[in-house]
Ligand binder design. Structure first.
Ligand SMILES: [Zn+2]
Length: 246
């Protein structure tokens, strides 16, 4: 089946060859794929604005020998308003960056695809970007099996009881009092933040509103992404600085 149809988000593009682009799409049916878009850098390219990051597209793709070439596409949702708004736009870009960096090639995950569409739509409709982004990041890590178990010590496996609220990013989770003294880089998490994690994991994006503990949770997630997954999180930092100024 050399020609197939799918639905996908543009995660990013880069220049390729003389006048082409190589696009990274996150598709419902095939997960993340790389796809050549011929003529995309030509001045009068007929692809227009279809290749802007976050755009949701109907795609027709030609596949041969593991290589993909875009033959046709149609915009389903451009997310243009979202992309052009300062704080929600950079937060939304961070979500596509997460999907780009931490999903494997051709590993479909329809539930993740749905969650990304719901999160971007919520942000475009004016729901608070920080809490939507935190909720998406937690669901994302959970769906991919990256998010740590919160009920046993990430270092020794001992059961975590109430009041044990030390997080160690390097171990990748909560740790018990015995391990606390021998590990460095510990972060103490407030009880409210621990509860907030459960709420954000279980809530729809339209239900969440920013809470004071979200800044603490954001720091925690940043440390986790950095030390466990090697994720450079510059965009979220920029986002946080903007939040503080407003
Ligand atoms: Zn322990």
């Amino acid at each position: 089946m050399p020609l197939f149809k799918t639905t996908g988000f543009v995660l990013k593009t880069k220049s390729w060859g003389e006048g082409d682009k190589l696009a990274t799409f996150f598709t419902r049916e095939k997960g993340k794929i790389f796809c050549l878009v011929r003529g995309a850098r030509k001045p009068k390219s007929h692809w227009g604005g279809a290749l802007e990051p976050m755009t949701l597209l109907d795609l027709m793709i030609y596949e041969k020998g593991g290589r993909h070439t875009l033959t046709q596409c149609q915009i389903i949702k451009s997310f243009k308003v979202l992309r052009q708004s300062s704080v929600p736009g950079s937060t939304a870009l961070f979500l596509t960056e997460l999907v780009d960096k931490l999903t494997a090639e051709e590993d479909p995950n329809p539930e993740l695809f749905n969650q990304l569409e719901l999160a971007l739509s919520a942000m475009e409709n004016g729901f608070p970007p920080l809490s939507v982004s935190l909720s998406f990041t937690l669901k994302f890590l959970n769906l991919l099996g990256f998010w740590p178990l919160m009920d046993v010590c990430a270092s020794c496996g001992k059961r975590i009881e109430g009041g044990m609220n030390t997080f160690n990013p390097k171990s990748g989770g909560l740790i018990c009092p015995d391990c606390k003294s021998s590990l460095s880089g510990n972060i103490t998490i407030g009880e409210r933040t621990l509860n907030r994690i459960k709420i954000l994991l279980d809530s729809q994006f339209q239900e969440v509103r920013d809470q004071a503990e979200d800044l603490e949770l954001n720091e925690l997630l940043l440390s986790f992404l950095r030390s466990q997954l090697g994720m450079e999180t510059s965009k979220v930092k920029i986002f946080l600085q903007k939040m503080e100024k407003e």
